[in-house]
Write a protein that binds this ligand. Structure first.
Ligand SMILES: [Ca+2]
Ligand SMILES: [Ca+2]
Length: 249
């Protein structure tokens, strides 16, 4: 039997399981070990059980905020590739929406339950009253849950939006604020609920508070500065792979 050398490349996550980015497999029978080999290979995505099991699915919803009326409308559109949560079945997903401020749940709403599917379609609309002064202090927690007739329903995955979010979640929230009265739809990759909730404990960053203070209808794009700053910072924290490998040696 010939052996294969596998190089796995991971994204280091301080607070949760590291995500595998990809891998390179080299069957040892194909290389001449008598020589030094120096070459570039493309990363291949990880297939099979390990890769699939980690995926919780994706959800699409739209957000619309009307500052004058202080009204936030969330339309849960659909979800896809949800994780299978029932033994001998699929999942029976519904979506729970919570508004959270200072760690407290202000309001909670739910969609209908779609039985036995991993790709549910809802198109259900929910409205919340949030005055303009408050909209930048709240978080919107969207959880996909598998309904179980017996026992407690199991959360499948979650995303949390707000000014202290990052990536797609922050972009969706700031796009909504920057385009008052227009519904903005976006897909989100579901995260492990605990991991997604981590941002609820984060304070708003100074730069963002500063920028959002100057948010007005005259300067709707001032928010984007906050977003760009934020994503730049994230990139920098993802980059230093050298530090990680040094730390491991
Ligand atoms: Ca279940
Ligand atoms: Ca179920």
């Amino acid at each position: 039997m010939s052996k294969t050398l596998v190089f796995g490349i991971y994204d280091f996550d301080r607070f949760s399981k590291h995500d595998q980015i990809g891998e390179v497999k080299i069957p040892l029978c194909q290389v001449d070990l008598a020589q030094t080999i120096e070459e570039w290979r493309d990363l291949v995505s990880v297939e099979g059980d390990g890769g699939q099991e980690n995926k919780l699915g994706d959800i699409c919803f739209s957000l619309r905020y009307v500052p004058t009326a202080g009204k936030l409308t969330v339309v849960i559109l659909e979800a896809k590739n949800l994780k299978k949560m029932d033994v001998g079945g699929l999942s029976d997903p519904y979506v729970k929406i919570c508004l959270i401020q200072n760690g407290k749940r202000l309001k909670k709403k739910k969609t209908s339950i779609k039985k036995c599917t991993l790709n549910p379609y809802y198109n259900e609309s929910f409205s919340f009253e949030i005055p303009f002064e408050q909209i930048q202090k709240v978080n919107l927690q969207v959880t996909v849950v598998d309904y179980d007739r017996i026992g407690t329903s199991e959360p499948i995955g979650r995303c949390v939006l707000g000014m202290n979010a990052s990536g797609t979640e922050l972009r969706h929230w700031s796009d909504m604020l920057a385009s008052p009265r227009r519904p903005i739809a976006q897909w989100h990759t579901l995260k492990d609920p605990e991991e997604a909730d981590a941002i609820l404990n984060l304070k708003l960053r100074e730069s963002i508070i500063h920028t959002s203070r100057f948010l007005s209808h005259r300067h709707p794009f001032s928010l984007f500065q906050g977003r760009l700053l934020h994503s730049e910072e994230r990139k920098m924290t993802l980059q230093p792979s050298a530090t990680i490998s040094e730390a491991m040696t």
